[in-house]
Write a protein that binds this ligand. Structure first.
Ligand code: DHB
Ligand code: MG
Length: 228
């Protein structure tokens, strides 16, 4: 983590590839969230734009996020297409209020539904709404909340998404500790991630892989699953 190159490379790519958005309303969200006292764990700009482009590649019109934090990634997802709507779930009422303010200032609040509550409960309500035909299935899901419940969130996502939907999970590498059963015994976030990886590996209903990342955030990675 002392290597200065990953952050310098992120800055270089941002300077050339994010010209239209760099320092604009989306970047203000990151700054406002830190000022409001939220933890400094939002996606990096390059990660958030990659996620949005993946959603756009899926032609995603309905995106679900578990773990809003300050609304930074939700704001990026809101820019997927003019028709795209984002539903994002946040347990912490302060985080949810900061996100609401951030999205309002960014002019994106009409595109984002913030549901405050315990994600497992909110996801169950969403499933009931989908079953009653009151809510359409999601095209794309980003899971980025407490890691202990990753598998519960993934299973819930499987039940409220269309065929060939994409489910992406953040932070599946945790500085390389994910591959260690010993580390999992010491840290239930690592255990939650391993439980998810190993359960997905047994599913016949998705194709999945995971990719390690470096950059301005620490060594980590994403899991990507696509329903068959
Ligand atoms: C943590 C959580 C995240 O979602 C993230 O991207 C980085 C760190 C954490 O809980 O430490
Ligand atoms: Mg994360």
């Amino acid at each position: 983590d002392n290597d200065p190159r990953p952050a310098a490379v992120d800055d270089y790519f941002k300077a050339h590839l994010h010209a239209a958005s760099y320092n604009d309303s989306l970047e203000v969200i990151r700054k406002n969230s830190l000022i409001a006292g939220l933890p400094d764990i939002a996606c990096s700009p390059s990660q958030a734009k990659l996620l949005m482009l993946q959603a756009r590649m899926c032609n995603a019109k309905r995106i679900l996020e578990v773990g809003t934090l300050g609304g930074y990634s939700a704001a990026w997802f809101a820019t997927t297409s003019p028709e795209t709507k984002v539903t994002t779930i946040e347990l912490d009422s302060h985080f949810a209020e900061v996100a609401r303010q951030n999205l309002e200032k960014a002019g994106l609040i009409e595109k984002v539904e913030i549901l405050q509550g315990l994600a497992v409960d909110v996801l169950r309500e969403i499933e009931e709404q989908v079953q009653r035909g009151e809510r359409k299935e999601f095209d794309f899901v980003f899971i980025d909340a407490n890691k202990q419940d990753n598998l519960a969130y993934f299973n819930a996502a499987m039940g409220i998404t269309r065929d060939r939907a994409v489910i992406i999970v953040d932070n599946v590498v945790r500085n390389g500790k994910v591959s260690s059963a010993e580390e999992a015994e010491k840290d239930d976030r690592i255990k939650g991630t391993r439980d998810l990886v190993e359960a997905i590996g047994k599913l016949e209903t998705v194709d999945a892989t995971a990719i390690q990342t470096v950059g301005e955030k620490n060594y980590d990675g994403f899991l990507l699953a696509m329903k068959k």
